[in-house]
Design a protein around this ligand. Structure first.
Ligand SMILES: CC(C)(COP(=O)(O)OP(=O)(O)OC[C@H]1O[C@@H](n2cnc3c(N)ncnc32)[C@H](O)[C@@H]1OP(=O)(O)O)[C@@H](O)C(=O)NCCC(=O)NCCS
Length: 172
């Protein structure tokens, strides 16, 4: 089993859109209406939006490969790219998604460790993220990785207001 990680560039735009759609659908389709799913996918993952995010110097995307196949991706934000005003001493994990068939093989942990490495290199004090209150699988994973709930914020899936827990891991 060979695991590799690669930082995404603008050349990866379409591949990024593909995996974003696929993993978001796999994760949330069964708990949301098709209308709300489509509205979210179209807003968050259109090519123009993803291109803008890939070009932001305060954001980084990574693909994780298992035996040369893209198995998942990570998006981290610092400074103003963070989706909440958490300040310069924080790093946000905005997206961490492993395709269903590759889950529970240690790849999520591998990406999370990559985020920790970036945070420590940049002398950040904490890592934080928002996770839907109904996403029990991800919440259990984050708890296992040492995150604790420190707040909540609302989030729009199409026209439906949903609650995200904010979870944080202190680094120093
Ligand atoms: C959440 C997610 C990233 C975890 O990745 P993964 O590759 O399945 O998890 P890993 O195999 O790396 O697990 C790492 C550790 O967490 C534990 N873990 C993973 N899922 C768990 C769960 N549901 N309950 C308890 N422990 C869990 C593993 O047992 C493992 O423990 P170990 O270090 O003692 O061996 C992945 O399931 C995923 O992409 N889910 C769908 C997308 C999603 O919900 N993303 C988060 C949006 S906020």
């Amino acid at each position: 089993m060979t695991i590799n990680i690669k930082k995404c560039t603008l050349k990866d735009l379409r591949k990024l859109q593909e995996i974003s759609y696929e993993t978001f659908n796999e994760t949330f389709k069964h708990q949301n209406s098709p209308e709300n799913m489509n509205a979210y996918l179209e807003r968050a993952f259109n090519l123009k939006q993803l291109e803008k995010e890939l070009s932001n110097v305060s954001s980084q995307f990574f693909f994780v490969y298992l035996n040369n196949e893209v198995a998942g991706y990570l998006k981290v934000n610092i400074n103003d790219a963070q989706s909440e005003e958490m300040g310069d001493e924080s790093l946000e994990i905005e997206r961490i998604y492993i395709k269903k068939k590759f889950q529970k093989h240690g790849l999520g942990k591998y990406l999370l460790n990559k985020a920790m490495e970036i945070a420590m290199e940049r002398n950040k004090k904490k890592i934080w993220l928002g996770v839907w209150e109904k996403n029990e699988n991800a919440i259990a994973f984050y708890k296992k990785m040492g995150f604790v709930q420190t707040g909540a914020h609302s989030f729009y899936m199409g026209d439906e207001e949903q609650m995200d827990y904010i979870m944080t891991k202190t680094l120093r």
